[in-house]
Design a protein around this ligand. Structure first.
Ligand SMILES: Cc1ncc(COP(=O)(O)O)c(C=O)c1O
Length: 367
């Protein structure tokens, strides 16, 4: 029996350590795309990298191949630095762009604001200024409203706009929306950071190449997500404005994020880009979320609260149904104040699992 108490799964973790590990091992989860395993193609490429010896710290041929893949996807100016996880990618991107007296504008729901345990402030050493964004998306006018005290030594100087694509609420910025944000940010002297933990899901959903929502949309630095798409553990900080990358290798090492056996991080990205694996994994996860949303439309007493534009479905449903459902299908109560829940689909979610969940939800709410 498996259940999740809050959005970060404390109860789930506690129960996983309990005597119910057997059932836990068999679970299929809608709590997070991090709950899924790793596609065979990725494991096979890691195994292919596991021959002979290779130089450490990114001096190996696999890292060169991965860097080439990023340039092929995002343009010749793209400089990619591999790291272990998304929080490190974000914090490093902030550190690379902001000086200690500078700050970051982000959505209130941004992962850097609510889900990184204060690492951007503590480790990054920057102030975050969070703007309300009920659908997870910021607008150009909000940038203007968030900037004040320019040139005043008593005020933090805003230096970076950070947006998430797809957003933490499962929505996507169109290329035009992103370009408008970048234009306004640049006009106001800000760099633009994209938290792309689910960048692949956004590109797949929008039907555009990765560069359309990064390089071509005026983004300066990207936290490029691999893990949520299906990698074992690999993310990248990708600079699209070369001068920002100049001293980054020192920053990455000093910030504890330089892998010694870097070839194994790199091999994961090589697998992800080969034959557009990222696109098929992301498209599938998105399609499963679409199927779930479509199945719930006719279920009375369930209200979908956000546009379903990537691999997540947000909804309100009667509180009594939530706990009952979580016993069988782990998912997060996203907002403990409103009771809004999140169902997240993964690269390996099956149509049958989605249909079974819809059926269970309908039964639990008495629909
Ligand atoms: C939007 C977003 N950014 C960044 C991260 C951070 O990833 P990690 O858990 O690998 O640090 C997550 C993970 O949930 C995320 O959802």
């Amino acid at each position: 029996m498996v259940s999740i108490g809050g959005r970060n799964g404390a109860t789930l973790a506690a129960r996983a350590r309990s005597s119910r590990v057997g059932t836990f091992a068999a679970m299929r989860s809608f709590a997070s795309d991090n709950h899924a395993g790793v596609p065979e193609q990725v494991l096979a490429t890691i195994a292919a990298a596991n021959v002979d010896h290779a130089p450490a710290y990114g001096e190996d041929p696999w890292t060169a191949r991965a860097e080439r893949c990023f340039r092929d996807q995002l343009g010749e100016q793209a400089e990619a630095f591999l790291v272990f996880n998304g929080t490190a990618a974000n914090v490093l991107a902030l550190r690379a762009t902001c000086r200690p007296w500078e700050g970051v504008i982000c959505a209130a729901s941004a992962h850097i604001n609510v889900d990184e345990c204060g690492a951007p402030e503590r480790i990054g050493g920057v102030k975050l200024l969070a703007a309300p964004a009920p659908d997870g998306k910021l607008t150009p006018d909000q940038i203007d409203r968030m900037i004040s005290g320019v040139g005043d030594e008593h005020s933090v100087q805003m230096r970076l706009l950070s947006v998430s694509q797809s957003t933490e609420l499962g929505t996507c910025y169109s290329p035009a929306e992103l370009s408008a944000l970048s234009d306004r940010a640049h006009e106001r002297g800000l760099y633009v950071h994209l938290d792309g933990a689910r960048l692949g899901n956004a590109a797949a959903s929008l039907g555009v190449p990765l560069r359309a929502i990064t390089t071509d949309a005026g983004v300066d630095v990207v936290s490029f997500g691999g893990t949520k798409l299906g990698l074992l553990a690999a993310e990248a900080v990708v600079f699209l404005r070369p001068e920002l990358a100049a001293d980054f290798r020192y920053l990455r090492k000093q910030s504890l994020s330089l892998a010694s056996k870097g070839r194994f991080l790199a091999a994961q990205f090589v697998a992800l880009f080969e034959d557009d694996l990222w696109l098929s994994l992301a498209s599938h996860a998105n399609a499963m979320a679409g199927r779930l949303a479509a199945g719930l439309v006719s279920v009375e007493r369930v209200r979908i609260t956000q546009a379903v534009q990537a691999n997540a479905v947000f909804a309100m449903l009667p509180a009594a149904a939530i706990e009952q459902l979580q016993e069988r299908w782990p998912f997060y109560v996203w907002d403990e104040h409103t009771g809004e829940v999140r169902w997240m689909c993964s690269w390996d979610t099956t149509p049958a699992e989605v249909d079974a969940l819809v059926e269970a939800i309908a039964a639990a709410v008495g629909g």
